[in-house]
Unconditional design. Structure first.
Length: 142
């Protein structure tokens, strides 16, 4: 019982001491003009490394871009805009190749082509001679 009495007296003493102490009153802030200037701050530079997985982009490009391009009605039909020239062609591309150089992405491929063409003499849209023997490029070449 004596300990309880001592504890109560200590609590009452502390309470009286705290209630009689002086309160802290902060100074009012000054809202006047300051000498702070926004342009006096140095510029900040933040480097954020970004990695991009280009494999899905590569796969999409490989599936989307045709691998064979031909003239209309290849191999039997000729493209003939006017009377004097005709030709037909085929182009086959190899796999796409992606390379990076600095901040650039380079996309390339190897292509294989064949083209055949011939000419004849025409006057005002009328043929005056037969077709010349076909001139070939891309056949029997490495």
């Amino acid at each position: 019982m004596l300990n309880l009495l001592k504890l109560c007296s200590v609590f009452i003493s502390l309470n009286i001491l705290v209630s009689c102490s002086k309160k802290i009153i902060p100074d009012k802030p000054s809202f006047g003009k300051t000498e702070f200037q926004m342009d006096s701050l140095p510029e900040s530079v933040i480097n954020i490394p970004i990695q991009v997985n280009l494999k899905p982009v590569y796969n999409m490009a490989e599936k989307t871009v045709d691998t064979v391009f031909t003239s209309p009605n290849w191999p039997n039909g000729w493209v003939q805009d006017e009377c004097d020239t005709r030709y037909k062609y085929t182009f086959r591309r190899g796999p796409l190749q992606m390379k990076t150089a600095g901040t650039a992405l380079l996309l390339g491929f190897t292509g294989y082509y064949r083209i055949i063409g011939s000419t004849r003499v025409c006057l005002n849209g009328t043929a005056l001679s037969p077709w010349t023997p076909a001139c070939r490029c891309g056949y029997n070449e490495g």
